[in-house]
Design a protein around this ligand. Sequence first.
Ligand code: PLP
Length: 426
Amino acid sequence: ILPKDYEEAPHIKYASQVCHCTKVSRSVNMENLQNEYLFPEIFMREFVHTQKYPHARLIRLGVGNTTEPIPDIITSSMAEHAHALSTVQGYRGYGAEQGHMELRRAIAEKFYNNMGIEGDEVFVSDGAQCDISRLQQMLLGSNVTVAVQDPSFPAYIDSTVIAGRAGRFQEETGKYKNIVYLNCMPENNFFPDLSTASRADIIFFCSPNNPTGNAASQQQLKQLVEFAKANGSIIVYDSSYAAYISDDSPRSIYEIPGAREVAIEVSSFSKFAGFTGVRLGWTVVPDELLYANGFPVIKDYNRIVCTCFNGASNIAQAGGLACLSAEGYQAITTVVDYYKENAKIIVDTFRSLGLKVYGGKNAPYIWVHFPGLSSWDVFNEILEKTDIVTIPGKGFGPGGEEYIRVGAFAHRESILEASKRLKTLF
Ligand code: PLP
């Protein structure tokens, strides 16, 4: 299938004729991956649907892609920086691999005030997903063991598989043999029972969580930090959705005493400032985080960033700095609030239909339960009958079966129209 007029469609080509094969064998780790990465798979199903129904007015509430314009104060700053590159005075080549110190300090001050994080512990990057991969592929040794929340953002598991740490995929359970799955369901307040959880070297923990939309409480994160400390594990904490928190849930793992000794935090400007296309994120590696032999993790991370990354775009960094100015921050908060209002409309819609709904309050994701049903069947039925794209929960791990994830990233008219269609369907 070759998508034509659809720029976001995955670039998948099935060769009709194989002409020449090299002698290079395919990585066994790549062969061990199950299906396509979830989001391109959703794009593909969307594309097939539009081929089948060319006049369908599709509403995309699936892949979490931002839709609202970036406030002018931020794009003006990027434009100004870009224009200055055409001048002798304003031209800049390579910058510091770790990011401009002004931005690193601004991130530390804005997001980690009173948490003891300094600018030189913040590494600016081209996005959280890229940092997750760099941690997995480069920083960590091949023999480390990994735990993930189930369900969870698929990049944690897939990058573990690509790094060759996952073991064989087991059809019966839908799990990889060597990954520890930490079940996070409504029954356990979306927090695993750590008294029975197996030890793992690395614990990926995302809060507010994608896909469940749940934000862990102070008490839960305290337990997580204690668990990591007792087991000598490192938490990789993903706070990409922290800007959506509406209650007093922690916005960073470093709000928890002792976290500096056990946690790396990965975060992003994508959903906070609409930078999904601009590309900007950061990772915090505290000085106190040490390997078993006492060597500081930050020194290795710095080495990886210098050797394998070379720094985020200076135009994107100018935008990032503008986001953290008083006026810029105010402007992007308005956009976040817009998505939060969308989320509320979706939550109310599903609740009015008598369904159990989670998330939406501290995250732009709504997690809807369809007891006894296959999540792919629910996804297909909603797409077929309402032209609305969601995501089947099972795509986020076996714990996501019976659920669908609905995203709040859309124009308000689309959300209202989706609400109308869903009420008619159910
Ligand atoms: N982490 C989580 C939990 C996400 O949901 C996403 C994107 O949806 C990312 C990271 C990717 O962020 P970025 O755009 O900064 O790579």
